[in-house]
Design a protein around this ligand. Sequence first.
Ligand code: DQA
Length: 155
Amino acid sequence: MAGETVKTLWLLHGVNLDMLGRREPAQYGVLTLPELEAYVVECAAARGLATRCHQTNHEGELVEKIHEIVREGADAVIVNPGAWTHYSYALRDALEMVAAPIAEVHLSAIEDREEWRRHSVIADLAAVRVSGKGPEGYAEAVAALADIIQREEHE
Ligand code: DQA
């Protein structure tokens, strides 16, 4: 896209999501994390977004990555925090500092699973929420975030 600056999308994955592909495929599907990331990179590139990916099993590391995003700026963030979704106020506090639109994505339908999974401590910070649609949910999130960015540009 000549003349347009490339926008940055951060794709953040939390705890246990490095085990995708071998972790409960009935719940989380068969794609490995690198395959899922490659899919998102492709979807985002089609909408003019450059994706940067990060996964960690350490809560503080995710918080520090978010601080980096806050300092350096980003145009959009997709986050699947794994189990931290349900209880990490530290993650919530960090995401609260992010100015860019956030999409909360879950591969599984958290609202139809165990009681403790139904609550997300980051839900109200997310401009977009998708769950239970597998990798397609990420494509949906990319499209929704790209639309938000486009709308913001024309405001
Ligand atoms: C998950 C749902 C969470 O409840 C769970 O702890 C995960 C993955 C999902 O993508 O469906 O690790 O975020």
